[in-house]
Design a protein around this ligand. Structure first.
Ligand SMILES: [Zn+2]
Length: 116
């Protein structure tokens, strides 16, 4: 990968990290402890609990993605960035644009998915 491309992906990773951090902050706000029954009423409390568990799941996923992005950023200057860790081929550009933290090519990712 040439430096121009590399810098483009680095920018993309940094931008995505910023976005995810904002998302995490918002989700953290939304997963705070829920007020007791008498404060918000029984039905809305149940709704709040449901929404909270959805948000907690999303928060978990975002945190995992943030770690992956930060690792990708650390690796972005090395030769192996943009190469599949499984087969060593270059990762497709469309895939990197969509998931700049990916460390496997589409084929290997699919294989890993299938063998789960
Ligand atoms: Zn591969």
């Amino acid at each position: 990968m040439d430096n121009k491309k590399r810098n483009k992906y680095k920018e993309l990773i940094i931008k995505t990290i910023e976005e995810i951090k904002t998302d995490i902050k918002n989700l953290e706000e939304q997963t705070k402890p829920i007020a007791p029954d008498n404060a918000i009423g029984r039905l809305s409390r149940m709704e709040a609990i449901n929404a909270k568990s959805v948000n907690e799941k999303m928060l978990g996923n975002k945190r995992i993605r943030l770690t992956r992005l930060e690792n990708a950023l650390k690796k972005a200057d090395s030769e192996e960035f943009g190469e599949c860790v499984l087969c060593g081929e270059e990762i497709e550009e469309n895939r990197l644009k969509l998931i700049p933290e990916s460390n496997t090519c589409r084929e290997c990712a699919q294989e890993a998915e299938n063998s789960r």
